[in-house]
Design a protein around this ligand. Structure first.
Ligand SMILES: [Zn+2]
Length: 541
């Protein structure tokens, strides 16, 4: 068989792996690339295989960076089954149409500009309707049941404890009477995630394809995390500002609600301020997703189930309000009291959160509190890295609000938990392919696996293929034809970054304008810029 890494290879988003056996082709995940315009343009590129020859897709979980290109592949002619757990099917039935809606809105925005410039208009990646239509391909699979998909392929989904319905997938492939077992970790959950069960332990594999998002980092301690959360909220209320929490519509939002609810009893006294102000969940998607959480109680851990048996709803508390209509959402910006707004998307790339940032980033008294992973190239990442100015709806917004992050709410296992997961294999894998991470983190994590367990690791390149059987995995020299015909976009992206950096430098100098004293640094800067100017003349030519 052959496996080709078509996404999340040396990057975090766009999860997509093609497996080709003697008689069938299938994908594990079909996710969207997120981040810079280069990544976004990669979503537009055609799939580097004949889509109609694809037999089925195994989907680890509903997050858009794992599921977001399913409507596109459907639109391109894929008509096979998408196997996923029931909760994943339920979540995709709201998340994919929502993504389609975002694709249409973004295409509209670009087209208005293109029309003014007399250029031909572009099509959205897919529409709301494409996404609704593709849901008929979804077929639900129970956790823990081994299912024979065809004569060659058998699969089993195990709870990954990452978001509701998330799975790590065991795949057994029989070719010429020989069985090879692959394990796709999907995203591995954080052990202490409220509501969800801990990630499953898998005891054997020939090859593992494993995520490494937090491969070189440790999460903050749980009690510290809760205390920090309360402190940040209290300080913001004292200043008279709002707390804006960009949160994934699915998962983090429900967990934060649950955490606030739990802390209510634990931290009485410290919580008075927090509980006295209204908390708004401002994301239509989060509202439907909360409904889906309520409908899939079988995925809950014991603690959460006990709450429900005791007649308590862990996803609700007094003061919690859901804003449904855009008007209700806009009205939040006219309020003069302090409020907490939880809104999607978590990386600030789309959705209502962008409006709340526009109204709060410039306010010294407000806080933007990040509780999830921020991929390179996203607005969320720029903010957590200390950007002084950002662009929202074509407008420059100065960042005056306090920017805070709490790591412990992450849905991903940290370095030690990832290593603990690897340590549980009774039958040591022959190789671990490390995916879904940033380059530095992957290198560190790869070394740790070599040293601790003596297991060989590979960090596959994008579009690289490996020929695999039960005994060996050899990199194949032939690469699929991939046409990323969007090279210009990548250059525009570089220019935009440079422009931002120059603007920032100019702001620093402006602030320093009256300082007349001799300054070697400033002289050096002038010489460097002179040289750059000469090179620019060449570039422009
Ligand atoms: Zn995920």
């Amino acid at each position: 068989m052959k496996i080709t890494f078509l996404g999340a290879a040396k990057t975090v988003t766009g999860s997509c792996y093609l497996v080709e056996t003697k008689s069938c082709k299938f994908l594990i995940d079909c996710g969207m690339f997120q981040g810079h315009s280069k990544e976004i343009s990669m979503n537009q590129a055609p799939f580097p295989f004949n889509v109609s020859e694809l037999s089925f897709i195994l989907l680890t979980h509903a997050h858009i960076d794992h599921s977001g290109r399913i409507p596109k592949i459907y639109k391109d002619g894929f008509n096979g089954a998408v196997y996923a757990t029931k909760a994943t099917c339920d979540l995709c039935s709201i998340m994919l149409p929502d993504s389609g809606h975002i694709q249409e809105m973004e295409a509209d925005w670009v087209n208005r500009k293109r029309e003014r410039a007399g250029k031909h208009i572009i099509e959205p990646l897919y529409t709301f309707q494409d996404a609704l239509d593709c849901i008929k391909l979804f077929s639900s699979i129970k956790y823990g049941e081994a299912i024979k998909i065809n004569d060659e392929v058998k699969v089993r989904f195990n709870d990954a404890g990452h978001i509701l319905g998330s799975a790590m997938i065991e795949v057994w492939i029989t070719e010429k009477g020989e069985e090879t077992k692959l394990v796709f970790s999907g995203d591995i959950g954080n052990r202490d995630i409220p509501i969800l069960r801990d990630p499953s332990i898998i005891d054997s594999a020939d090859y593992v394809i494993m995520e490494s998002t937090y491969g070189d980092r440790l999460h903050e301690d749980k009690t510290d995390k809760v205390n920090k959360f309360i402190d940040i909220v209290n300080e913001t209320i004292e200043r008279g500002g709002n707390v804006v929490i960009p949160s994934f519509a699915v998962g983090r939002t429900q967990e934060i609600i649950y955490d606030i609810h739990k802390q209510r009893e634990k931290f009485e006294g410290k919580l008075e301020k927090l509980l006295s102000i209204p908390v708004f969940i401002d994301s239509p998607l989060a509202i439907s997703a909360t409904e889906i959480f309520r409908k899939n109680l079988d995925c809950y851990d014991e603690e959460a189930r006990k709450y429900i048996e005791d007649g308590d709803n862990p996803l609700d508390f007094p003061g919690l309000q859901f804003t449904k209509t855009p008007d209700e959402s806009k009205a939040l910006n006219d309020r003069t009291d302090s409020i907490i707004i939880i809104s999607a998307s978590g990386m600030c790339e789309a959705g209502r959160i962008k409006h709340h940032l526009k109204h709060n980033l410039w306010r010294k008294d407000s806080t933007i509190l990040f509780v999830g992973y921020q991929a390179i190239g996203t607005l969320g990442r720029s903010l957590t890295e200390g950007a002084k100015k950002v662009k929202l709806f074509g407008e420059d917004i100065t960042v005056k609000a306090k920017i805070e992050s709490i790591d412990g709410f992450s849905g991903h296992a940290d370095r030690d938990d990832l290593l603990a997961w690897v340590s549980k294999f009774n039958k040591k894998p022959k190789k671990i392919f490390i995916v879904h991470g940033e380059e530095d983190g992957m290198n560190t994590f790869s070394k740790l696996i070599n040293e601790k367990f003596g297991i060989e690791t590979v960090i596959p390149d994008m579009n690289s293929s490996f020929v695999i059987n039960a005994n060996h995995a050899i990199e194949s020299m032939e690469k699929p034809e991939v046409s990323y015909q969007f090279k210009r976009l990548a250059i525009i992206d570089m220019l935009e970054t440079l422009k931002d950096e120059f603007n920032e430098l100019s702001e620093i100098l402006k602030a320093d304008l009256k300082d007349e004293k001799e300054d070697i640094e400033i002289d050096e800067l002038r010489i460097k810029l002179k040289n750059l100017e000469r090179q620019m003349v060449d570039v422009l030519r």
